[in-house]
Design a protein around this ligand. Structure first.
Ligand SMILES: [Zn+2]
Length: 483
């Protein structure tokens, strides 16, 4: 704990006892008194002297809009081992899951001034997607009432009391505060006990709710032994077990494990690109969002509907120098992250070609009902111009629209294989295996596999090599988290 916080906490201890009746306290005093009450609940002087904390968390998790079925979301197991060196503002968060669609065992860890992401299945590391402490570790901080208590006690200057509300039949103090790279956090603090019962955040993804229950202590440090996380009204994480260990995080954690190598160079996707992958077949996109455009003579067929579809179509028209209409937009599957471009497709006048189970999510994403004459369900398979579309079933989705261009031996898929590396294949998942099985079963002659999430036109030999090398072992390095 930082020295100035100790001073504030000590100076405010006397205010705690009269907090409940001190309704005329000036702004600032009320916040400080409430923070002192939180510190007292979470361990008093032990909490003030907390130097590190390890939180081992076992969840069930669901990804709203990302289920195998379109009707509901399936839960998958998730384990997390979070180690925070609070004094030095560094952390290590290991995650593990094994389910019908993917296995992962990864660790995001502070190494000196950097943060790296280790993948134990591929035995590689890369720079973490979040380059700073609060981007990389914020989601875990926000999922721990102990860490939230730590953060607000260090950020008292941003705290604002927002009144009193009843929650689960008890009066709660509402107090907002800020941490970097996040909308303000609103704590719901039990007026009597000082425990944090709930945290809420308003984000571009809607309202997020973090619920903490059944508070207890470990080594004198308090924590909620039950946790749930909601995105809007959908449950996203349900905790099965939480173990908290104070002051035991070791220095040796903040290193890259032996035998883990830096991953190969990735394909650069930082700028919008339009690549001609075959005669009349282009792949346009940037970041992790790509669309295949196929020229059918009088019109264009688009495949892949991530957000930004309109911008990709414009870039494509600029690159090829024509202004043909987007007559058909093939919707790969019902997952909502692949439907961000549906409003663009509707505005462009496209006819939607999709598995029938995607209609509800496509309609929501488009923002209005789509006229019946602009919806085509793939009943087995259909053709438009140079593109054939097959409805297949894989580990990823019960009903999936696989696009194939027989004249060019090109197929387009989303989420089953991403070729990230300039040279050689990327690791396969079970999705890659089941997609290859589906392509083989159809007897398609694929030379190049395109991806909604990558720029690389993947040679089929990469897919074959990746599938051959696929390791289904759910605990690839026999680490403690999954033993
Ligand atoms: Zn998907």
């Amino acid at each position: 704990m930082k020295p100035e916080k100790k001073l504030i906490a000590a100076a405010l201890m006397s205010a705690v006892s009269c907090f409940a009746i001190n309704i005329n306290a000036s702004a600032g005093e009320q916040e400080d008194a409430l923070i002192a009450k939180i510190i007292e609940a979470y361990g008093g002087s032990l909490f003030e002297n907390l130097s590190s904390v390890r939180i081992q968390h076992e969840f069930k998790t669901a990804f709203p809009g990302q289920g195998y079925t379109s009707g509901y979301v399936e839960f998958t197991p998730l384990k997390q081992d979070a180690q925070f060196d609070l004094e030095n503002e560094r952390a290590s968060i290991e995650g593990w899951s094994a389910n019908w669609n993917f296995n992962f065992n990864t660790r995001t860890v502070s190494i000196d001034d950097d943060i790296v992401a280790i993948n134990y299945a591929s035995e590689t590391y890369q720079p973490a997607a979040g380059p700073d402490y609060y981007t990389a570790f914020g989601p875990t901080i926000r999922s721990s009432d102990t860490l939230l208590a730590y953060e607000i006690s260090n950020r008292a200057d941003t705290a604002e009391h927002q009144g009193t509300e009843d929650y689960i039949g008890r009066p709660h103090e509402m107090i907002s505060f800020e941490i970097p790279n996040s909308p303000p956090l609103m704590l719901h603090v039990d007026s009597e006990s000082g425990w944090i019962s709930k945290m809420t955040r308003e984000t571009p993804f809607g309202a997020l709710t973090y619920q903490f229950r059944d508070h207890t202590t470990s080594g004198g440090i308090g924590y909620g032994s039950n946790f749930e996380f909601f995105i809007g009204s959908d449950v996203n994480l349900l905790s099965l077990n939480i173990a908290l260990t104070p002051n035991r995080v070791r220095d040796s954690v903040f290193a890259i494990d032996r035998g883990i190598e830096e991953e190969p160079t990735r394909v650069d996707t930082s700028e919008m690109t339009v690549d001609e992958v075959a005669d009349g077949i282009h792949l346009a996109g940037t970041g992790n969002a790509f669309t295949m455009f196929a020229d059918a003579g009088d019109y264009v067929i688009g495949v892949g509907g991530y957000a930004g579809l309109g911008a990709r179509y414009d870039a494509y028209k600029d690159a090829v120098g024509h202004d043909k209409p987007l007559r058909y937009q093939v919707v790969t599957h019902h997952h909502t992250d692949h439907l961000g471009g549906m409003a663009d497709a509707l505005a462009l006048g496209a006819i939607f070609v999709m598995p029938s189970n995607a209609l509800a999510n496509v309609t929501t994403a488009a923002g209005e009902d789509i006229p019946d004459d602009r919806v085509q369900f793939i009943d087995g398979h259909l053709n438009h111009g140079p593109v054939e579309v097959y409805d297949v079933s894989t580990s990823h989705a019960e009903s999936y629209a696989l696009a194939y261009v027989p004249d060019a031996n090109i197929a387009f898929q989303a989420d089953h294989y991403n070729g990230n590396y300039v040279d050689g294949p990327s690791p396969a998942g079970i999705g890659t295996v089941t997609m290859k099985q589906a392509i083989d079963a159809l007897g398609l002659d694929v030379d190049v596999l395109l991806s909604a999430h990558g720029r690389k036109p993947n040679p089929w030999t990469d897919i074959e090599a990746a599938v051959t090398a696929y390791n289904p072992e759910p605990c690839p390095r026999n680490r403690a988290i999954c033993r």
